[in-house]
Ligand binder design. Structure first.
Ligand SMILES: [Zn+2]
Ligand SMILES: [Zn+2]
Length: 279
C-alpha cells in the first residue's frame, strides 16, 4: 500500500530529536512522498530550512510561502527570497501555505487579504500550485480565489500563457485547500475553480460528523490526504505528537466514507497528488 502525506511540517524543532526515525516510520507505513510546508517569519531561515530538508531526501518535497499568521511580515525582500528559492531548487513544488486565518488574527485581516492575493499572483506567475490555508474565513477565501483565478481582476504580474490550455495545464496554476474544514458548498466552489481538497486527521475526530459528511460527498479524483503534523493527530492516536505515518488513519476514514478499500484510497490520492503537483 502507498500513501502520500500532502502537507506536513517536519522541518521544525518538534522533530529535531528524532527526525530520521519519523521519516523511517513514514516509509515503513507506506508513505512514499511527503510535502513539507515551510512556514515562519520570512527572514528567520525557515524557508531555507524547508528547502534543505527536501534537498536531502528524495521522497520529501517542499512548499514555501508566507502563512497568513505572518502576512504582516510579507514585503519585497520576502518575495525576492521566495522567488530565489523556487528558482534555485527543483524540490519546491508549490507556493504556500497562503490564505486567511480569522481564528487567530495574528495579522490584520486587511493585510492577510492583500498578501493572499499577491502570493496567488506570484504562484501563478511561476506556474506553481498554491497550498491554501483557510480558517473561519471561508467566504473571503472563495471570493478571492475566484476573483484572482477566474481572470476577473488585473493581476499585476504577466499571466501564464494559456495558448495551449488544457484541463491539466490549467490545474498547474491552481492548488489545494489544505486541512479542509469548510462547508460542502465551499469545497464544491473550490473544485469548480480547479482545486483539490485535502483532509487531515481532524476528519477522524469523534465530533467531526459534519466534516465527514462533506468528505463523503466529494469526488474521489479531487481528494488528497495529509497530517498537517505536528498538529491534528488522528484517532486513535489523539494526544500524541502527529507524524506522516499517521496519514494512513485519514485514508482509512475516507475509505470507510466512500466504501472503498484502504489500498484504493492510497492509490487514488497518490495519483491526485502527482497530477496536481506534476511529480
Ligand atoms: Zn494550514
Ligand atoms: Zn500547515
Amino acid at each position: 500500500m502507498t500513501f502520500i502525506d500532502s502537507h506536513c511540517h517536519i522541518d521544525g524543532a518538534e522533530y529535531d530529536a528524532d527526525r530520521d526515525e519519523v521519516i523511517t516510520r513514514a516509509r515503513d507505513a507506506g508513505v512514499t512522498t511527503m510535502l513539507n510546508v515551510g512556514t515562519g517569519a520570512p527572514q528567520s531561515g525557515a524557508f531555507e530550512r524547508a528547502v534543505d530538508l527536501a534537498e536531502q531526501h528524495e521522497d520529501i518535497y517542499t512548499a514555501v510561502g508566507v502563512h497568513p499568521h505572518d502576512a504582516r511580515l510579507f514585503d519585497d525582500a520576502a518575495e525576492q527570497k521566495l522567488l530565489g528559492l523556487i528558482k534555485q531548487s527543483r524540490r519546491v513544488i508549490a507556493w504556500g501555505e497562503i490564505g486567511l486565518d480569522y481564528h487567530y488574527d495574528n495579522s490584520p485581516r486587511e493585510v492577510q487579504r492583500k498578501v493572499f492575493r499577491r502570493q496567488l499572483r506570484l504562484a501563478r506567475s511561476v506556474q506553481l500550485p498554491a497550498v491554501i490555508h483557510s480558517r473561519e474565513a471561508d467566504d473571503d477565501t472563495v471570493a478571492i480565489l475566484s476573483e484572482e483565478l477566474d481572470g476577473k481582476s488585473g493581476t499585476g504580474v504577466p499571466p501564464v500563457n494559456h495558448a495551449q490550455d488544457t484541463r491539466a495545464t490549467k490545474l498547474i496554476a491552481r492548488g489545494v485547500l489544505h486541512c479542509f474544514g469548510g462547508s460542502l458548498a465551499m469545497a464544491r466552489a473550490a473544485i469548480e475553480l480547479g482545486f483539490f481538497i485535502s483532509f487531515a486527521g481532524n476528519v477522524t475526530f469523534k465530533k467531526a460528523e459534519a466534516l465527514r459528511d462533506v468528505a463523503r460527498h466529494l469526488p474521489l479524483d479531487r481528494l488528497l490526504i495529509e497530517t498537517d503534523c505536528p498538529y491534528l493527530t488522528p484517532v486513535p492516536f489523539r494526544g500524541k505528537r502527529n507524524e506522516p505515518a499517521r496519514v494512513v488513519e485519514t485514508a482509512r476514514c475516507l475509505a470507510e466514507l466512500h466504501g472503498q478499500e484502504l489500498e484504493e484510497i492510497g492509490r487514488i490520492t497518490s495519483e491526485n497528488f502527482a497530477r496536481l503537483f506534476q511529480v
